[in-house]
Design a protein around this ligand. Structure first.
Ligand SMILES: N[C@@H](CCC(=O)N[C@@H](CS)C(=O)NCC(=O)O)C(=O)O
Length: 261
């Protein structure tokens, strides 16, 4: 049985679950012990040197990073193909994935740091939320242009760009930043959420969201050490939250990407 190290709130893990479901591949999900504190060990750490979900174990094969896992899935289970044909179209799918995995993800993640983990309150939180809203609106415009008049980012059929976009656009919508009403992007979101694979990932997310109301205290008590890696660190600083990083470093409740063990 394929094992997927997962967290239901991880958009990266959602990409992988949607791809496996679309291809009808059976798998078992596991939430690694120590996720969120940088303390994971054992099989998960062997599969994922950066101690991040998702990580996939298929027999002797261990793959980490959602993009690399998606490529593995597409190479191993070829039907139905999620990547369209033609080099230009394939490059476009990868560009959509890249834009969302990097800067778009960081914005939605940053909103979680403010609202769930209470990294900022009052005026600072309001300024950062406003910046997030403006940035998300810009990404929505970019996505709308990528969609054009097609039903799917992948063209005539659901595919790579769609499964990569769904977790992030849903995450932003859940945070109160839905695509503009009556836009092509909002019609696409409704369409993509109608797919069983996407609905299942959404349901798993909803099931754990209630528990996020209590996490601020656990961060304060030093039980979490959140990973302020690459684009997330950039987002925090460019959106006015340098003091969040400084306070987190002083309190020891933020960390950066670890080197392999
Ligand atoms: N580039 C990676 C990013 C994965 C990632 O950042 N995962 C987060 C969850 S969304 C994680 O596991 N962080 C480790 C932690 O919080 O301890 C991918 O595409 O899979």
């Amino acid at each position: 049985m394929i094992i997927l190290y997962d967290h239901p709130l991880s958009p990266y893990a959602q990409k992988v679950k949607i791809a496996l479901d679309e291809k009808g591949v059976a798998y078992e999900t596991r939430i690694p012990d120590g996720i969120g504190v940088g303390g994971a060990r054992g099989d998960f750490a062997d599969a994922s040197p950066r101690l991040e979900v998702p990580a996939l174990i298929d027999g002797e094969t261990k793959v980490f990073d959602s993009t690399i896992i998606l490529e593995y899935i597409e190479d191993k289970w070829t039907e139905p193909a999620l990547m369209p044909t033609g080099p230009a179209e394939r490059a476009r799918q990868r560009a959509i994935e890249e834009m969302l995995d990097t800067h778009f993800e960081a914005i939605v993640w940053g909103l979680g740091e403010i609202r769930w983990f209470k990294r900022a309150e009052g005026e600072l939180a309001a300024r950062m939320e406003q910046a997030a809203g403006e940035q998300i609106a810009a990404y929505h415009r970019w996505l709308e242009a990528q969609l054009g008049d097609a039903d799917w980012f992948a063209g005539e059929r659901f595919g790579w760009g769609d499964l990569c976009a769904a977790p992030y656009v849903n995450g932003a919508a859940g945070a109160g930043f839905a695509p503009p009403a009556n836009s092509k992007l909002s019609a696409w979101l409704e369409r993509v959420n109608g797919r069983e694979s996407v609905a299942a990932a959404n349901e798993a997310t909803r099931a754990v969201l209630g528990g996020m109301q209590q996490v601020a205290e656990t961060v304060d008590a030093g039980m979490f050490k959140r990973e302020y890696r690459d684009h997330r660190l950039e987002w925090t600083i460019r959106s006015g939250g340098l003091e969040i990083v400084q306070a987190g470093l002083a309190k020891g409740n933020i960390r950066f990407t670890p080197p392999p063990a």
